[in-house]
Design a protein around this ligand. Structure first.
Ligand code: PEP
Ligand code: MG
Length: 779
């Protein structure tokens, strides 16, 4: 007999759910309901609430059984297996089953035929965090009526995925108390789909809505598989300003359990995939979403072939656009809503860090001349090194003559979120100090004059604007099995990126702390009797990041300065020899095991110990850079252990896989460490024998991390490491720049990717779409 409560609250149509109802409908359900209540059309559906789950547990007497399995089994793997089996083989009470079918049939009736649905987990408040950590709660797509109840049980069972149990154990959360809601939504039968932004994604201009559209499922646009049609709409009068119909060479359609790619030619490839009427309807929805969340948004949408306009226009995901929003130094074009006029191009180079900025150029050939550099000026120089960072931080854009996309200038400006063009050959000769220029670093072009006007700085107020908690906001992003880590070196910029959906820091380069906070060479500090200064400042810098994102891990990389860079530190000249080729010289582990540097390495280890033990930041792990041989690593680990740091379940030791010997000997290295992280910048350099900073070879196309030889090495490493139960990540620039490398690595089973802050959202979405495709193929 259905209780009254179950009747009223067991199943709720999305239209009755609101954002406050996280406990009942879970984070995802609450969000979808809230969007609907604001007139933002999402695919119709209903929520099987946590009350229904509870009823199912009680009906089958599962609570006690779950408690005793959790008690009996030490191994989470075994416990997971048994509890999942229990849930999957238990009976859904007949009355609840009937309610679920009734809701499903009602959805089908509205369409006039039996529909397919998505069955999605929707974790309740206390479990949201563990859900995103476990990364494994399930979503099933294209589910038929006949399989609906099984899939609902499968989603319930996913509460007890091994990683979820593990995580809750480590947090002291009682696994038998967590609850789960399930969202069931009509699968959109996508005639067309795509993404839209409530600003112009290429320059941050908030006067526009930009829609990208193509035929079939959205993965074609999100995954960058087609050149989409583009519609630009002005926000203030909702008029279409520009419409570009692209030649779309394929579409992805759902066919008998699989997403299949269908080649297109002839009329369909060249005709517009979206009508003006539909584009304007989407723009209206975009405005509502933007005003609801109070910030620029990045939205996925679809047009359903089964329904009539305007009921066929759906929003499938909406999340804050953070790239432009978080750029504090951003200058947004606010002056005119017209198309840009012809501009004189002064120089061109590689687009290393996207964005656009106008300002006065200042050409500096030596960092010593930088005293007069004014905040907001554009730095034009030959190449940067760590000494330049303080200047880079106050520049509005950076242009360098030399360097490729893995150069110092490129890496630092991406992290700081400053537009940068590198390898612009003779920029320092063509551009003049005081000249007004515009750096369009999305296209890699420097124009004469100011194209964009300055806007007063907009304070980013985090999540409070939307009225949603940070947890709920983050639950708007897709959960991925592959962890999405972020690269970060500058402790103070972490604040700016806290709202991004990353699972940890996969590479914390400590060189920034050393050159900007400590400033002195560690051996010099030892010589003058102040070693503690090094230890304390380094520990503080690490702690700043580790505490801000606790309990997510921070993989701190021991120092990887080259001799020429160390020499730039105060007191450095005395300790650093001149090397002919520092890039392949005394760097990484070869330093730590050398008589000269070993005392300084011990200070680095002490700083890690201090962060972990004195400050209690057990989420700090370490990584050895530029590892060449097993003997040197063995010796370095020995020194670390001598300083009291040993591998444990919560202290992971990783090495960078960037010298090819690490891959050749991956089996041997696997026995010594917990994980590898691919340093694709150096791996490409050393596999191909190409100096990563050589523009001659760069321009000729030699330096390319996508080269089959490099990809083959990465694949081999994943295979061997997994054979030995070790994890593999990547922290070089490749996945931040080439989505195809990310796709390759996810398909090869990489455990995590660590990318630049500006690509976290894009990559999370990309990885989710690739994983979904893999899952569909496997079924
Ligand atoms: C790499 O080599 O890919 C890497 C991440 O290290 P770095 O760029 O600091 O050499
Ligand atoms: Mg490297």
């Amino acid at each position: 007999m259905v209780t009254q409560i179950l009747k009223e609250e067991g199943i709720l149509p999305l239209s009755r759910v609101r954002k406050e109802m996280v406990e009942l409908a879970g984070g995802k359900g609450a969000n979808l309901g809230e969007l609907l209540s604001q007139g933002i059309r999402v695919p119709p559906g209903f929520v099987i609430t946590s009350k229904a789950y509870s009823y199912f547990l009680d009906y089958n007497g599962l609570r006690d059984k779950i408690v005793s399995i959790l008690k009996e089994e030490d191994s989470s793997e075994k416990a997971s297996e048994r509890i999942k089996h229990l849930i999957l083989t238990s009976q859904v009470p007949h009355d609840l089953e009937e309610m679920i079918y009734d809701s499903f049939d009602e959805l089908s009736r509205a369409v006039g035929k039996e529909i397919l649905v998505a069955v999605r987990s929707s974790a309740t408040a206390e479990d949201i965090e563990s859900a995103s950590f476990a990364g494994q709660q399930d979503t099933y797509l294209n589910v038929r009526r006949a399989n609906l109840i099984n899939m609902v049980k499968a989603v319930w069972a996913s509460l007890y995925n091994e990683r979820a149990i593990e995580y809750r154990k480590s947090k002291g959360i009682d696994s038998s108390k967590v609850e789960m809601a399930v969202v069931v939504q009509k699968m959109v039968n996508s005639r067309s789909s795509g993404v839209m932004f409530t600003l112009n994604p290429s320059n941050g201009d908030r006067n526009f809505i930009v829609i990208e559209s193509s035929w079939g499922l959205g993965e074609a646009v999100v995954g960058g598989k087609v050149t989409p049609d583009e519609v630009i709409i002005s926000k203030h009068d909702l008029k279409i300003l520009d419409k570009r119909v692209a030649k779309k060479n394929m579409k992805i359609v759902y066919n008998q359990g699989n997403n299949v790619e269908v080649p297109l030619n002839g009329e369909e490839s060249e005709s517009p995939s979206i009508s003006d009427e539909e584009a304007l309807e989407l723009a209206k929805l975009a405005l509502k979403i933007e005003s609801h969340y109070g910030m620029p948004m990045d939205i996925e949408w679809a047009i359903d072939a089964d329904l009539k306009f305007p009921d066929n226009v759906f929003i499938v995901q909406a999340r804050p656009e953070t790239f432009w929003a978080s750029k504090e130094k951003e200058k947004v074009k606010t002056t005119s809503a017209t198309q840009p006029t012809e501009r004189k191009i002064l120089v061109k180079g590689l687009a290393a860090s996207p964005g656009i900025a106008s300002g006065k150029a200042r050409v500096l050939m030596d960092v010593k001349e930088s005293k007069d550099f004014q905040k907001g000026e554009i730095l034009v120089t030959r190449m940067t090194d760590p000494d330049w960072v303080p200047v880079m931080k106050i520049a509005s854009a950076i242009v360098t003559d030399e360097g490729g996309i893995t150069s110092h200038a490129a890496i630092v400006s991406r992290e700081l979120g400053i537009p940068a063009i590198v390898g612009a050959k003779d920029a320092t000769k063509v551009l003049e100090t005081g000249q007004e220029i515009t750096v369009d670093a999305t296209r890699g072009v420097v124009y004469e004059g100011r194209i964009i006007a300055e806007e007063p700085k907009q304070e980013h107020q985090g999540t409070s604007i939307s009225g949603l908690s940070r947890d709920v906001l983050l639950s708007l992003f897709p959960v991925t099995g592959t962890k999405i880590y972020m690269n970060l070196g500058q402790p103070d910029v972490i604040e700016k990126y806290l709202d991004l959906p990353f699972d940890g820091i996969g590479l914390m380069r400590i060189e920034f702390i050393v050159s900007e906070w400590i400033k002195h060479h560690p051996l010099y500090l030892i010589k003058i009797g102040k070693p503690e200064e090094f230890v304390n400042k380094l520990a503080d810098g690490i702690a700043r990041v580790a505490s801000a994102i606790y309990p997510r891990p921070v993989v701190v990389r021991f120092s990887d300065f080259k001799t020429n860079e160390y020499r730039g530190l105060i007191g450095g000249e005395e300790f650093e020899p001149e090397e002919r080729n520092p890039m392949i010289g005394w760097r990484g582990v070869s330093r730590y095991v050398s008589q000269q540097y070993e005392p300084a390495f011990r200070l680095e280890v002490r700083a890690i110990r201090k962060a972990r033990e004195e400050m209690g930041l057990k989420n700090v792990w370490v990584m050895f850079p530029f590892v060449r041989t097993t003997w040197e690593l063995n010796k370095a680990i020995g020194i670390m252990e001598d300083e009291g740091l040993r591998r444990t379940a919560d202290f992971k030791v990783w090495i960078m896989a960037e010298v090819p010997s690490v891959i050749t000997m991956a089996d041997e290295f696997s026995k010594m460490i917990d994980g590898f992280s691919i340093g694709s910048n150096d791996l490409a350099q050393l596999t191909l024998g190409v100096d990563r900073d050589s523009e001659i070879l760069g321009r000729m196309g030699y330096y390319d991390e996508r080269d089959p030889a490099v990809l083959r090495s990465m694949k081999r490493l994943i295979r061997i490491a997994h054979k030995y139960g070790r994890t593999v990540s990547i922290c070089g620039q490749a996945p931040s720049v080439y989505p195809e490398v990310t796709e390759f690595l996810v398909k090869e089973g990489i455990d995590s990717v660590s990318i630049n802050p500006d690509t976290v959202i894009y990559t999370r979405r990309l990885v989710a779409s690739i994983e979904q495709k893999l899952l569909l193929r496997r079924r």
